[in-house]
Design a protein around this ligand. Structure first.
Ligand code: NDP
Ligand code: X2W
Length: 326
């Protein structure tokens, strides 16, 4: 049995992964933690989320004593915390010998020089960063098994990379164009004006400047245009991508490229049929639909995931299972 501590457990992704770990054979929850001065410390998770009434744990403040207890009792920590918080906590727990599964973006770029521009901080942990592996489960399983520092991908990059990586060798130098819509849970649980009920509609944001653009480009190995949109639904992401393929590419070649997922139980690919967000919400699945126009060489591929599941918590669970060979 592998014992896992969950830090940031009162947030959307933290609560979701708590529920997944609680129900996963071979895994147990060591404890649930929030910040030392959290307004939620001492509350049961089920008080915050009655849907999790079967989950018995209380949210504990992450004090120095709590950290020592985590190290003594746990095999791994899940960090469901914001980037700057994960930056320090990941390095500390890694140094204590635990495996670290970080849901934030603090360890997703190998190049430390990217962090000031995209995350607003200097990366203070270059040795740990050098050990970090990008936890895109279907593509990096061998490396996830071999390292203790796993940077779980962002939600938009998960949807986009699962759709584009199979056809990477068929792309031209023309940048693929990714338009993606996310539900509001993508922005986390904390109160913010732009995610309040009356403000949410359907609109692009972060245009030509969202931090997931370089994350996708880095892990695809090709520049992209990425435009996220906030939609008026709770969960789910739909990324619709237009990409130019090499002259002479055939539909058969594209089908062959997507057959890479034939043995991946969580990724379902369909030709000429496109996914709906509702079909993946509350599941760990990614649904990909594509259509290719041989005359123009343009591919349109759409990819749907639940941002809190395959875009965060269930992908972290996949990484945990791969890492501990469960
Ligand atoms: N929401 C999504 O769809 C996705 C989110 N992510 C990433 O996952 C991480 C968590 O996101 P999300 O669940 O949405 O965020 P939330 O804002 O919903 O939750 C953040 C959690 O962190 C806790 N926290 C804050 N500061 C500290 C601290 N110093 N020590 C311990 N706990 C702390 C908060 O509790 P409190 O403040 O009460 O202490 C809360 O439990 C972020 O890095 C996010 O970018 C990644 C993919 C998808
Ligand atoms: C709707 C919404 O606000 N979504 C978030 C992305 C959530 C995510 O994937 O988080 P990381 O920060 O861990 O990459 C955003 O655009 O910032």
């Amino acid at each position: 049995m592998k014992n896992i501590a969950i830090i940031g457990a009162s947030g959307y992704t933290g609560a979701q992964i708590t529920a997944l770990i609680e129900n996963a054979p071979g895994l147990s929850v060591q404890g649930l933690y929030v910040s030392e001065n959290s307004l939620d410390k001492g509350k049961a998770l089920a008080d915050l989320y009655p849907v999790y009434q079967q989950i018995p744990y209380v949210l504990q403040p992450l004090t120095a004593a709590a950290k020592a207890q985590i190290v003594a009792e746990s095999d791994a920590v899940v960090l469901a915390t914001e980037h700057a918080v994960s930056l320090e906590l990941a390095a500390w727990f890694y140094a204590q010998g635990l495996s670290v599964f970080d849901l934030s973006g603090a360890y997703r770029f190998a190049d430390a020089a990217q962090y000031p521009k995209w995350y607003g901080f200097e990366h203070t942990q270059p040795e740990v960063l050098a050990q970090a592996i990008y936890g895109l489960a279907e593509w990096n399983a061998d490396k996830i098994a071999a390292t203790r520092m796993i940077a779980v991908p962002g939600c938009y990059p998960t949807a986009s990379l699962l759709a584009l990586k199979p056809v990477k060798s068929l792309l031209t130098s023309t940048w693929p164009v990714i338009n993606a819509v996310s539900g509001v849970t993508g922005a986390g649980r904390k109160a913010q004006l732009h995610t309040s009920f009356c403000e949410v509609s359907l609109t692009p944001y972060g245009v030509l400047g969202h931090r997931h653009q370089p994350e996708i480009a880095t892990h695809l190995g090709q520049q992209v245009i990425f435009t996220p949109h906030l939609g008026n639904f709770k969960r789910g992401i739909l990324a619709t991508i237009t990409a130019q393929l090499q002259p002479g590419t055939t539909t058969e070649q594209v089908a062959q490229a997507y057959s890479v997922y034939d043995d991946s139980p969580l990724v379902k690919v369909t030709h000429n049929r496109f996914p709906k967000v509702d079909d993946v919400v509350l599941t760990p699945n990614c649904h990909i639909g594509w259509k290719f126009d041989e005359a123009s060489g343009y591919l349109v591929v759409a990819s749907a995931i639940d941002n809190l599941m395959k875009g965060a918590a269930s992908q972290a669970l996949q990484c945990i299972k791969i890492h501990f060979n469960l």
